[in-house]
Design a protein around this ligand. Sequence first.
Ligand code: PXG
Length: 313
Amino acid sequence: MSAQPDNSKDPLAPYEDLIVFIDGEYVPAREAAISVFDHGLLYGDGIFEGIRLYAGCVFKLDEHLDRLYDSARYLNLTIPIPQPQMREVVCETCRRNGLTNGYIRLVVTRGPGTMGLAPWLCPRPSVVCIAASIQLYPKEYYEKGLEVVCAATRRTYIGAFNARCKSLNYLNNIMAKIEGHNAGCLEALMLDQSGFVIEATGDNVFLVKGGRITTPPTYQGNLRGITRDFVVELAREAGHEVAEEPITTFEVYTADECFLTGTAAEAIPVIKVDGRPIGDGKPGPITRALIAAFRARTATDGVMLHPSEAVRS
Ligand code: PXG
């Protein structure tokens, strides 16, 4: 399978009528532009968050903002908008687009600067907020599960860059995603330098064995997913034992169940890894129950866009 793009369609067509927040203003999408000298473009120097809007509530908004501001601190990047105001930017972008359900992309770049790496020569970081709709995986995969492979490309070593910082440089993940695609899969698992399976290219990974749930700890160079933390909470509430422990391909291939979690993907079953069926090769009961619990809570655990209307109704 080729990773070359399909040029027959305009991928931006669905975004034509959007209102986008950029550097303090809400403007039509076609007018929202970042400088060609922005270090976000020149060096991938910047950070982002992907956030979901469910039934008029921004899901885990404060958790996403905490992670965004921590990512900024890691990079010694000063976000020009204080966190409480950023909360309002996210909500207002959703309101201006009349959204009830959607996907929010919040991006902070280092801003325009001279053509050298030096971030201290970039005086004005840029802030962009886009709110639109998303469908990462076709619906049928939530019923029948995904097949994945383990990518040969290792996850960036934490001594080089700690992926707990959600940066604009996703080339490590994209290399693995291409490997998955070339193997006919929509996702790929990634291993760290020592051979531990630590996450997928854009999702965290969970296993179930003998009723016990495991997921890798977040000191191995993976992203501490907000969906991951929520699913751990849901699983414990449902009475399951959940352990954060390193996993290898042995644990993956011999698991009863496997699933992935992420803001875009939510929770999705994995039924085959490297050609080996997981369990009986069908989404397992604990995975299915957690997906149902996740869906039941997404509409109630968020920051309301229109709190006054909720009080009236
Ligand atoms: N690991 C990585 C490497 C991620 O990028 C997750 C785990 C899950 O984290 P959250 O907090 O979302 O539960 C992510 C987040 C995409 C896409 O288009 C993926 C993410 C974010 C935005 C877009 O696949 N993944």
